[in-house]
Design a protein around this ligand. Structure first.
Ligand code: MD3
Ligand code: FE
Length: 212
């Protein structure tokens, strides 16, 4: 664990249960982006709707045994892509290894995600404060990988309102949440205009979860 942290300075524990691993994904960025394009070809990005009928500004798709979906029926994990009717593409080895290494660096060994949500932000897209609580096993951490344009991430506590930590997340940064932070409210401020040399005019976030 020490050695994983030392090659990745400056990584830190933002607050109990929240680990920020700066540039942890850097060494595998090309492979991640290449594997992501294969997934997008089979399961295209789409703007889902909230149960209340509002279109999400972040475009999403999934890979893994289960994918997070939202529509008029509610939020849930589904084994099939509602848009194509077929299973989500499986989690590529490059994704899985990175998620497991990040979890291990944050002291969660044996993390076995069964779901990876791919979020695509274009300038202006944002994510309002929410909790991730659709997963059955809250003892498993969540690992998120940021690629492309930088974004400001907000993290509060157990309530939607109240003081927040703000953290800039840049290309290659990986965050791990677990334990006391697992149900923290969090969100992303509207993405600023820009073009990333490798990823273009967008921010990609890969969120690995154990949904079942
Ligand atoms: C903080 N995505 O998809 S990273 C989401 O950058 C989501 O796209 C954001 O929040 C993004 O639900 C943030 C992932 C994340 C996931 C779980 C968390 C952050 C978390 C649980 C507790 C606190
Ligand atoms: Fe979330």
């Amino acid at each position: 664990m020490l050695d994983l942290f030392s090659r990745l300075q400056p990584s830190f524990q933002l607050c109990p249960g929240v680990f920020i691993l700066r540039e942890f994904a850097g060494p595998v960025e090309q492979q991640l982006l290449c594997d992501m394009e294969t997934i997008l070809a089979a399961a295209p990005l789409r703007h889902m709707h909230t149960p209340g009928g509002r279109r999400l500004s972040v475009a999403m798709t999934n890979c893994g045994q289960l994918g997070w979906v939202s529509d008029a029926q509610g939020y849930r994990y589904a084994a099939f892509d509602p848009q194509t009717g077929v299973s989500w593409p499986s989690i590529p080895l490059s994704f899985l290894e990175l998620a497991q290494q990040a979890a291990q660096a944050a002291n969660f060994s044996e993390f076995m995600p069964d779901s990876c949500l791919i979020n695509c932000y274009q300038p202006g897209a944002k994510m309002t404060m929410h909790q991730d609580k659709d997963e059955s096993d809250l003892s498993a951490p969540i690992v998120s990988v940021s690629l492309g344009l930088p974004a400001t991430f907000k993290m509060g506590g157990g309530q939607r309102t109240g003081p927040v930590h703000k953290v800039m997340l840049s290309h290659g940064d990986v965050m791990v949440w677990g334990n006391e932070a697992r149900l923290a409210y969090h969100g992303v401020l509207p993405l600023k205009e820009g073009v990333h040399p490798l990823v273009g005019r967008r921010r990609i976030n890969l969120t690995f979860r154990k949904a079942r």
